[in-house]
Design a protein around this ligand. Sequence first.
Ligand SMILES: O=C(O)[C@H](O)[C@@H](O)[C@H](O)[C@H](O)COP(=O)(O)O
Length: 262
Amino acid sequence: MTKQPSLYAFPDNPTLQQNLYRYILHAQSDAFARHHKFKVAISGGSVPKLLAAPDLLSSREIQWGKWEIFLADERAVPLTHADSNYALLRAEFLSKIPKSGPRPTVHPIDPEKLGDTQDLADAYEKALIGSFAAKDSVKLPMFDLLLLGCGPDGHTCSLFPGHGLLREEVAWVAAIEDSPKPPPRRITLTLPVITHALKIAFVATGAGKQEVMRRIFDTHPDTEGGEVLPCALVNLGAGDKVSWFCDLAAVEGVSFPKKSSL
Ligand SMILES: O=C(O)[C@H](O)[C@@H](O)[C@H](O)[C@H](O)COP(=O)(O)O
């Protein structure tokens, strides 16, 4: 592949957050050049907390009223449940956006549909269709930005290594009943939707990510006979649209060329 992702390695979280903020500003400008919205999907895990940095929260350039936020994946639990990614996003990020100005539009899952995971996924897909125009006329929704985590097993959103969902080609949002990471019932954006986004940012910090980062960036499954991890599939499918925001601990021992600033 000629078009490679960018792998940024920063000495500490504040530096990572400053660079992530600058990247988000670029993504917001690119979005406003296309339409008057900034359509973003955010995963759970460590991303919401890392987003809530002073630069972003106090920025005069961020136009919160034009942000439309979706969950990149969600667990099939009530919106106030301790396992809810929406509850996490609200507690760690949304609640810290200044109350004085315009607020982003946020799309949580429909709590009425929790009984059937497929219904839940279909209802969330309908919310996407409403935002991105009818599915008939738009083959895939094009998010302006995805802000994603990377699990220690190489999963992203609720797409897990070796899972059949990685082969989904039609749905924008899929249901999963057997997530190896609890809770088992979830919904997730699918791989075609993820790789179709204009920009995709991964955040991975800490020594606990070293091994998986080496597998994602330095292993060649064709020659080494291994499976391609979901995060590596995003790198392969989206190439230079992908940027990884890491700390030095996460990329220690990774041979792939690293950059130290945007
Ligand atoms: O619902 C989920 O389980 C999360 O969305 C999940 O996909 C998360 O993003 C990764 O597990 C990375 O988590 P960390 O950023 O905490 O490592």
